[in-house]
Ligand binder design. Structure first.
Ligand code: EPZ
Length: 421
């Protein structure tokens, strides 16, 4: 296993190029199953989760390969509709193959992904949406067995859960509805840019979708979809992670190849915190001179502040004078990073779904344990500003979602490298 070793205290300076979005690429890769033709996806990041999805698609019978940021997938006529526990348990996004398999093959058996370290993660909305399209669902031996007699049928579906909309459930139902008979409307659909990207890919395959990016998506089913060539959008969470890293070190970083409009909630909070942000067409320059100010943040579905940047925001607030309150409304248990940040000298207390952050003058480097992808990113950010050396263990979490993270930070002047444990 590898660890990341960081010596803190250097201001980040220069330019960093953002990779393609993991959370966009994964459902789009699953969507290619809706046609037997070959699809070509560009700007796909080289990450462990992408490799897992390629393995899953191959196990379903598709030909799938990755080369220099381009994924080529040819599902072919016959698919094996079983997504095994071995793969689904390592990556929840595997559940995205459920809708496409059901729509193409009339039958799917997909292992139920368990909860994970960020909390309970049920799939009831995925099942409810697909049932509304006419699928019969049974849970047996840890698998969802989904079947449809002849064809899925368009329907009016309300997809709201206890924590609001669901990104991947919206994607799953939207994918299946593309090949259903008649019209489907999804009410309380997720509005995340990754849902819009998926809809754009499906439209390139010949699907008829309107309303993506709003809480009501309409889909007119078509008989067949064809293969398509498509570039995936830039990763807004990777971009946000570099924005926080630049801000925490008091540096001057130009973030390239991002979509600035995806960062509105982040930019609003950082402007309140005293960070200077200059927005270009596909760039954002992040600078800070002077003291940071505390801000309160609540995570919400898009366009609200993303839960996937909550931990990174906490790393920044942990060295911001004053008290900030960070409330998690998507995953109320997503606070595994708190105890690790506190080992580095931060003063963070938990009160239910809120973290009360008392900013400290200085963090001190320490060996810390990454517990999940975004928690790991927060520990790297803390390490960049801490006095002394931080070792982030269990780096495989970072490798699930950040492409060449230590190379990108090194190029900005950070003292960071990877070592074998
Ligand atoms: C996506 O997960 C992302 N993953 C997550 O990113 C992200 O944190 C999340 O959206 C929220 O933005 C991918 O895109 C691969 P949800 P998803 O369904 O779609 C509840 C990362 O670090 N819910 O939008 O699975 C759920 O428990 C990952 O890159 C139900 O109740 O999340 C949560 O409270 C982590 N029933 C809320 O909805 C369901 O059937 C939103 O989850 C589904 C979800």
């Amino acid at each position: 296993m590898d660890k990341i070793v960081i010596t803190g205290g250097r201001k980040l300076k220069g330019e960093v190029r953002i990779s393609g979005s993991k959370n966009s690429a994964l459902p789009i890769m699953a969507a290619t199953l809706l046609s037997e033709d070959e699809s070509v996806l560009e700007n796909v990041p080289d990450l462990r989760d992408i490799q897992t999805m390629l393995r899953l698609l191959r196990s379903l019978g598709a030909r799938a390969q990755f080369e220099k940021g381009t994924v080529t997938i040819k599902p072919g006529r016959n698919l094996n509709p079983i997504a095994p526990y071995k793969l689904v348990s390592t990556m929840r996004a595997s559940v995205c193959v459920l809708g496409p398999l059901l729509a193409r093959m009339g039958h799917a058996e997909v292992s139920i992904p368990g909860g994970c370290v960020i909390g309970l993660r049920p799939i009831d909305l995925h099942l409810k949406g697909l049932q509304a399209l006419g699928a019969k669902m049974e849970i047996q031996h840890g698998y969802v067995h989904a079947r449809v007699k002849r064809k899925l049928k368009g329907s009016e579906i309300f997809l709201g859960g206890a924590f609001g909309s669901s990104v991947l459930a919206t994607g799953n139902v939207m994918m299946a509805a593309c090949l259903a008979q008649g019209r489907t409307s999804i009410e309380n659909a997720a509005c995340e840019p990754e849902v819009v990207d998926l809809a754009n890919f499906l439209k390139k395959m010949g699907a008829k979708i309107t309303g993506e990016g709003s809480p009501r998506i309409e889909i007119e089913g078509v008989k067949k979809l064809h293969g398509a060539k498509f570039p995936v959008i830039p990763d807004r969470i990777e971009a946000g992670t570099f924005i926080f890293a630049a801000a925490v070190t008091g540096g001057d970083v130009a973030i390239k190849n991002l979509e600035p409009s995806h960062q509105n909630a982040v930019m609003d909070k950082l402007a309140q915190a005293g960070v200077r942000l200059e927005r270009g067409k596909n760039t954002l320059r992040v600078r800070r001179k002077g003291r940071l100010k505390p801000v309160d943040v609540t995570t919400l579905p898009y366009p609200g502040f993303p839960t996937d940047l909550q931990a990174q925001m906490m790393a920044l607030m942990s060295v911001t004078p004053g008290i900030s309150v960070i409330t998690e409304k998507i995953y109320p248990d997503r606070f595994m990073h708190v105890s690790e940040l506190n080992r580095m000298g931060s003063r963070i207390m938990l009160e239910g779904p809120s973290a009360i952050v008392h900013g400290v003058k200085q963090l001190s480097g320490a060996p810390v344990m990454a517990s999940d992808l975004r928690a790991s990113a927060a520990l790297v950010i803390a390490g960049l500003v801490a006095e002394g050396t931080t070792e982030v263990h269990r780096v495989y979490h970072l490798d699930r979602g950040y492409e060449k993270i230590e190379e990108k930070f090194s190029a900005l002047g950070a003292s960071i490298h990877r070592e074998k444990e």
